[in-house]
Design a protein around this ligand. Structure first.
Ligand code: PGD
Length: 769
């Protein structure tokens, strides 16, 4: 065993967003095995062994040569320059000086610390909490980001129309109820296991496949509405309705139209539990605009035959039906509409609040939905208070950097983009998560300084001015905890840090000393002392309930602690159904808002006062005849550990794999396994192609997460040779209401790539001298 690696020859507990596991280092080789209680472990843990000591890891602090030589300032050389290695003390002095300069001459309003990203599972070394706590201590605040790339549209519209977003997604219909009660699950966008197998903070039991199987065996019918057959597991034998991407709202409208015109809707439910139905009904029946939203109208829009729509609507009547809408559908232009219309469909069926019925918005989108909540509080690192208070909707970052001082609309407000000088990122990869990456490069070229903490040479790190190497989760101690998983995990340290990598906490502690805020940031605690401190909250919660509350050392030695969970009681929806006067929803009317005075009052054409079919701007046409679905990958979480063996194993010829229908391929002379070029007027990327009939013709699918790998970084619109679809996606908000990410869907053309295949260099460290 190398002296660099700790003697962890026994298996020790650890956790990740994709599963609880244990790991050991034997003769320098990392071994991982899933938690024994997990019925359906996620193989993504198999990315760890090869990733731990991979050359893509960052070994020492680095400063971009141009920034070092010319000082801070806008520079289009970001992402093209070489790096200069620097010792820790020197780099922290340098960065400390730059932070002081920004603080003294521009203040917190010039610092973007939104730093979106999933980072790692431990609750103390949670990069977002660490960076926000640091910026609050050192600057008194920063420009933040609100909402997420996951649910940008839903999380803004839901409070207006249904109430609390967290309650809708986390305290509603559970997998237990699906297994026991649902008679039909109508899943718009499906519930792909690759998504529900991940939960922020960790997950010890992957129950979704088993629950769906149990429901199926009991006789529950599953109907999948999606251009991709794989969006529901094969085991459930779903009927597949392969609609045109982005048209679910039109399909839902036509289903409700059929229910209403055939007298199959639940008018009593609508009268008692909703507001605004009459206004919506006028639109539905065409009294408002002369166009009835019937099945015949919807057929050409959705690509689903009118009779199939009518038949499906009739099958929904008189059964315990659960309507689900995947997050993916709202990650598109007008993404608010399917969220809203799904609720209206469920309301028209009158099943909201019944066990296994109603509206399971986003069930299956992530592992902590559809589960019981823990009944004791978990460990959470306080981020302090952001006294600056300015923010942007998270997906508007490039707009903000490119257009300081300009106005935009968000949730009924007219806001102004701030003038950002310094961007500080820890625990996220905007070159994975943002859209139109060529535009993002231009945006990052505008700032004075870009600082990134990363464990590996992502494209974000390559575009930074100061790159600080962070430890990987396996190299530090932490506590794994998720609000809806009963297992709290003592995450033991499995390996020594790679090279000179440091924990984010230690980096910020070093900087806070240089900025005179060490005590405010560290409160005088070491990492181990913080774990004790954070654990105490859970221990107290257990004590308050008269339950055994092991002290920290006992918990640490045992490795896991099983926490009590709350009841599966249907949450506010059951209570609302039982007595809507006593238990109103937290909406302006206390009811489900089918028409919202508030939203109508905002006056946005892109999100009117009731759900509506709003034709998208981007549709297939001349030059870009195909839809591209850029969805979540199965063999890694987002872009994390893309260099791990499990992720690499899913690629072909080193490239990400795109799926295509054989008919579309044949029309372009493309064969299975070819390398293809996907392009539109924003950019182009290569991918290997897999031909499958399990995709709707006219649609190409390419998962996100392959690391951006420009063939010629000097080019302003380089070819990504690896297969990152975000070079193709459009950087536009869902609507003026939510301004959410629209990365799920775009339009492209595809051709067989006939040139010399460029090498993949995404995982090679950049030039350093
Ligand atoms: P990750 O790849 O998880 O992606 O975007 P996000 O930025 O979260 O990035 C996390 C980064 O943190 C990785 O680079 C990892 O190496 C680093 N990291 C891990 N642990 C640590 C740590 O302890 N410290 C530090 N400093 N770094 C660490 C995800 C986002 O992408 C999301 S949530 C969604 S849902 C969106 N989905 C889509 C989509 O459907 N379609 C498109 N086209 N685009 C999307 N982008 C969004």
């Amino acid at each position: 065993m190398s002296a660099e690696i700790a003697a962890t020859t026994e298996f020790h507990p650890h956790s990740s967003h994709w599963g609880v596991f244990s790991a050991a280092l034997r003769d320098g080789e990392l071994l991982v095995r899933p938690h024994p209680g997990d019925p359906d472990p996620n193989d993504i843990i198999q990315n760890f062994p090869s990733a731990l000591r991979h050359p893509a890891r960052i070994a020492q602090p680095m400063v971009r040569r141009g920034w070092l030589e010319r000082g801070p300032g806008p520079d289009r050389r970001r992402g093209r320059d070489e790096f200069v290695p620097m010792p820790w003390d020197a780099v922290l002095d340098l960065l400390g000086g730059e932070l002081r300069r920004i603080r003294d001459s521009h203040g917190p309003g010039a610092v973007f610390g939104g730093s979106y990203g999933w980072a790692s599972a431990g609750r103390f070394h949670h990069a977002q909490s660490q960076i926000h706590r640091f910026l609050n201590s050192a600057f008194g605040g920063y420009v933040a980001s609100v909402n997420s790339y996951s649910s940008g549209a839903a999380s803004v519209i839901v409070p207006h129309i249904l109430g609390n977003y967290e309650e809708l997604t986390k305290h509603n219909v559970t997998w237990e109820q699906v297994a026991q009660h649902s008679e039909m699950v109508l899943a718009f966008g499906g519930m792909a296991l690759k998504n529900s197998m991940v939960a922020g903070g960790g997950i010890s039991e992957h129950v979704e496949r088993g629950a769906m199987q149990a429901a199926r065996e009991r006789g529950c019918d599953f109907v999948l509405v999606s251009p991709l057959r794989g969006d529901l597991p094969e085991e459930v034998g779903a009927e597949w309705i392969a609609n045109i991407p982005g048209t679910d709202t039109a399909l839902m409208l036509a289903l409700v139209h059929t229910l209403v015109t055939e007298g199959l809707h639940d008018q009593a439910f609508l009268d008692r539990f909703t507001t605004g139905w009459p206004v919506f009904e006028r639109y539905l029946l065409g009294e408002a605009d002369g166009q009835s939203k019937d099945a015949k109208w919807a057929a050409p829009i959705t690509g689903v035959a009118a009779e199939a729509i009518r038949t499906l609507a009739r099958r929904l009547h008189g059964r315990r039906v659960l309507v689900t809408v995947a997050h993916a559908l709202q990650r598109a232009e007008h993404g608010e509409q399917p969220v809203w219309m799904g609720a209206v469909l469920a309301a028209a069926l009158g099943q909201i609040g019944l066990p296994g019925g109603g509206y399971g918005y986003a069930l299956g989108a992530i592992g902590y939905y559809g589960r019981r909540a823990n009944a004791v509080p978990g460990p959470t690192l306080s981020q302090g208070r952001n006294r600056h208070g300015n923010y942007i909707p998270v997906a508007r970052i490039a707009d903000m950097l490119l257009n300081p001082g300009t106005q935009y609309r968000y949730n009924g407000q007219t806001r102004t983009y701030p003038d950002i000088r310094l961007v500080y990122w820890a625990g996220g990869n905007p070159f994975h998560h943002h859209q139109d990456l060529n535009r993002l490069r231009q945006a990052f070229a505008r700032v004075d300084t870009l600082v990134v903490h990363e464990l590996a040479w992502t494209a974000t790190a390559r575009h930074a001015d100061i790159v600080l190497p962070a430890t990987m989760t396996l190299e530090r101690e932490d506590i794994g905890y998720s609000s809806h998983d009963p297992l709290m995990v003592a995450m033991h340290r499995i390996a020594e840090p790679y090279g000179e990598a440091r924990d984010d906490y230690d980096i910020f502690a070093g900087l806070s000393g240089r900025l005179g805020v060490a005590e405010a940031f560290t409160e005088g605690r070491t990492s181990r002392e913080w774990l004790h401190h954070l654990y105490a909250r859970t221990q107290q919660g257990l004590r308050d309930q008269g339950l055994p509350a092991p002290d920290f050392e006992e918990f640490w030695a045992a490795g896991t602690l099983r926490l009590p969970q709350g009841p599966d009681d249907g949450g506010p929806w059951r209570a609302f159904r039982e007595d809507p006067e006593a238990n109103p929803l937290p909406t302006p009317s206390g009811r489900i808002e089918i028409f919202s005075e508030t939203i109508a009052g905002f006056g946005e054409a892109s999100c009117p006062g009731h759900p509506a079919w709003l034709p998208p701007d981007e549709i297939p046409g001349a030059g870009t005849p195909l839809h591209l679905v850029a969805n979540q990958p199965a063999t890694r979480l987002h872009s994390q550990l893309d260099f791990g063996d499990h992720s690499i194993g899913s690629k072909r010829r080193g490239r990400e794999v795109a799926s295509m229908h054989p008919a579309d391929a044949a029309a372009r002379g493309i064969a299975d396994g070819d390398v293809i070029r996907l392009f539109n007027d924003r950019g182009a990327c290569l991918a290997a192609v897999r031909l499958t009939p399990e995709i709707r013709p006219g649609v190409v699918q390419l998962a996100t997460g392959a690391w951006y790998d420009p063939e010629d970084p000097e080019d302003d619109r380089p070819l990504c040779v690896h297969g990152n679809p975000n070079v193709l996606t459009r950087d536009a908000g869902t609507s003026a209401l939510a301004q959410g990410c629209t990365g799920q869907l775009t339009v492209v053309e595809v051709e067989r790539f006939t040139g010399n295949l460029p090498p993949i260099r995404a995982f090679d460290p950049p030039q350093a001298r």
